[in-house]
Design a binder for this molecule. Structure first.
Ligand SMILES: [Zn+2]
Ligand SMILES: [Zn+2]
Ligand SMILES: [Zn+2]
Length: 253
């Protein structure tokens, strides 16, 4: 199994529009962050978590030509707005693409992309999607069990996903008691680490490090980052076993 980081930025992306800070003007590719998403690929296919505004560019950059399903973490714009571009895949297969999410997420998707759920009035193709509402139970895709795990993202709930002893947990500022059992003894924990200062809906860098110290995964990777973090600067201060993600990073499991 391979995990590819399609994007590792917060909702603004990095560089941020109009910003001339050191990171936004940096030449280092590791300081350029599309909105956060990962692709999980194995011999049985490929699943993508979230469709960002750069979904099309991410697929082109990574030469992604096939897609079996999309899982959604929550309904914020930086996680759903690329959905329309799955059309490129469903035009090739002429099959509905399954998308998975909580009831709340799917409700927002149905409003934002209402035309995908109406009978077409002309022959121009739209993305063919099939929605699957998920609860707390695991479900199987590409021969892999995926377990949705509710976590706190300010006032709303976000879903982390566990698969192959890995948890992908973006957009989170608290792991509720009842979800904690999924976070122990992991091979890899991919976690939200927004910026230096505290934020009401995301882990800050210190909070993310403390979370890793608590659950002690074998390895941890931080994602969903602002322009606060210069890749090399943060890498130099991170404890052993923790690294920053960067766009295009691939992890083989
Ligand atoms: Zn986000
Ligand atoms: Zn900046
Ligand atoms: Zn969010």
């Amino acid at each position: 199994m391979e995990i590819t980081f399609l994007g590792t930025g917060t909702s603004n992306g990095v560089p941020q529009i109009g910003c001339k800070c050191k990171v936004c003007t940096s030449e280092d590719k590791k300081n350029k962050r599309y909105r956060s998403s990962i692709a999980i690929t194995n011999d049985f296919g490929r699943v993508i978590i979230d469709t960002t505004q750069e979904f099309r560019l991410q697929c082109i950059r990574e030469d992604i030509r096939t897609l079996n399903a999309v899982l959604y973490t929550h309904h914020h714009a930086d996680h759903i707005l690329g959905l329309d571009d799955v059309r490129a895949f469903t035009e090739m297969t002429n099959k509905k693409l399954p998308i998975y999410g909580s009831r709340e997420t799917l409700e927002v998707i149905k409003q934002a992309f209402s035309y995908l759920f109406k009978k077409p009035i002309n022959k121009s193709p739209v993305a063919l999607i099939e929605i699957h509402e998920i609860y707390n139970e695991p479900f199987n895709l590409i021969n892999t069990d995926f377990t949705p795990i509710p976590v706190k993202h300010g006032r709303i709930e976000c879903l982390a996903y566990k698969f192959n002893n890995v948890v992908y947990c973006t957009d989170c500022n608290k792991i509720p008691k009842e979800s904690e059992k999924y976070f122990y003894d992991l091979d890899l924990l991919i976690l939200d680490a927004l910026r230096y200062s505290p934020h009401p809906t995301h882990f800050s860098l210190n909070q993310a490090i403390k979370t890793i110290e608590k659950y002690k995964p074998k390895k941890a990777i931080f994602t969903h980052m602002t322009h606060n973090f210069d890749y090399d600067e943060i890498t130099n201060i991170l404890p052993d076993g923790i690294m920053l993600a960067y766009d295009g990073l691939k992890i083989n499991l």
